[in-house]
Design a protein around this ligand. Structure first.
Ligand code: SF4
Length: 389
């Protein structure tokens, strides 16, 4: 995990993009919109010497406001959107079982996508077509949100704060950018870079009160925040898939068997009489063992979540580093705690997501959803994605 030398794209020195963000903040024509990834909130205070109780995401919101961002939003909003799209995609595939290949694999981790494309190119069609929450966020910010603000999408400058160095390259892949205003996301900062910016601006978070995210792209569920831990995407997807199939909510903790630090987990859940076999792996060594077992016919699954970093994004290559200490598990605990106290535990109950579908997207997998939120995984050119390393 969190050691940069474990970075799944092998980038020993990350590209520093802080200057680009300072320039955008100083440009009066640009409307700067920033999104904060789930795993970042569990780690940003570590390097600043802040306690976990103090370094909340709402204090990061006030810190970023001092820095001059115009709108401060949450990647968790589009994590909920990802669940609506990817959950619906999975259920469509189940309906058409004879003609589809299983398992379907999650597609939100660029380190994993690269691994799949280089090592197992014949399986690329089994990846979900859903873009990652980071990319969906950019697409929505430059379409739906531009419309709400009544501004030309080209004025929106979209910054992400990610636990991940690979996300910098994900945002450069041009085929993913369909919003009609350049790239979905303009610049990705790692957690470490944002800490450097806080220091450079002499902002002292200790002196700031907590502030709320802006709306509507700052509203999110507890299902979204657990995306930052291994097993979280699967759990969130199952909560919503259960609802979509039965029209009733499950116990929000019904799928917690997929939590925990084990590198390869599996479970079978009942979805209205259908047995759904799921697996979750993190770390590329575990991933290889899992894929080989699938290819050798030793295991069979319907839905598989893969994260390249051990422990998932909580232990990502862009997070603060403390020599010799693995913090992924401790950070994951923070995320599960945030899920537990959220009033909304299901992506399909996020009122801002419901409204976004009502007013703009129509429904999951609609024509507009496909155009903005999905991608042709075959067209993701690897050399485009990684030539800059
Ligand atoms: Fe990035 Fe998360 Fe994948 Fe690691 S697990 S490469 S942090 S998306």
């Amino acid at each position: 995990g969190q050691c940069i030398t474990h970075c799944p794209v092998g980038a020993l020195h990350e590209r520093d993009d802080t200057q680009k963000v300072f320039e955008a903040l100083a440009d009066e024509d640009k409307i700067t919109v920033v999104q904060i990834a789930p795993a970042v909130r569990a780690a940003w205070g570590e390097e600043l010497g802040l306690s976990r109780d103090f370094a909340t995401v709402n204090r990061l919101v006030s810190t970023l406001r001092r820095m001059g961002f115009d709108y401060i939003f949450d990647t968790n909003f589009t994590a909920d959107l990802t669940i609506m799209e990817e959950g619906s995609e999975f259920l469509e595939k189940l309906k058409n079982k004879e003609n589809e290949k299983f398992p379907m694999f999650t597609s939100c981790c660029p380190g994993w996508i690269r691994f799949m494309k280089t090592q197992y190119p014949d399986m690329v069609d089994q990846l979900s077509t859903a873009k990652s929450p980071q990319q969906m966020f950019g697409a929505i910010a430059k379409s739906y949100y531009a419309e709400l603000l009544n501004v030309d999408p080209s004025r929106i400058f979209c910054v992400s704060i990610m636990p991940c160095t690979a996300k910098k390259y994900e945002c450069d892949v041009s085929v993913l950018n369909d919003a009609g205003a350049g790239q979905d996301v303009d610049v990705v900062l790692t957690t470490r870079e944002v800490v450097r910016m806080i220091r450079a601006e002499h902002i002292v978070p200790e002196t700031l009160e907590e502030e709320e995210f802006d709306t509507p792209l700052g509203i999110s569920s507890g299902a979204a925040v657990i995306f930052g831990a291994t097993g979280g995407v699967m759990e969130a997807a199952l909560r919503t898939a259960y609802y979509l199939v039965t029209n009733e909510n499950p116990d929000p903790d019904a799928f917690k068997e997929v939590r925990g630090k084990k590198g390869w987990k599996e479970a079978i859940f009942d979805l209205d009489g259908n047995k759904i076999r799921v697996a979750v792996a993190s770390g590329l060594g575990n991933t290889r063992r899992l894929i080989e077992a699938i290819r050798n016919g030793e295991v069979e699954y319907d839905f598989v979540e893969i994260m390249a970093c051990p422990g998932g994004c909580a232990g990502g290559g862009g997070q603060p580093i403390k020599d010799g200490v693995e913090l992924a598990e401790e950070r994951a605990e923070v995320l599960y705690g945030l899920d537990k106290i959220n009033n909304i535990r299901f992506s399909h109950e996020n009122p801002a997501i419901i409204k976004c579908y009502e007013d703009y997207l129509g429904k999951p997998l609609s024509h507009r959803s496909h155009k903005l939120l999905h991608t042709d995984q075959r067209k993701w050119e690897l050399d485009t994605l990684f030539k800059k390393i």
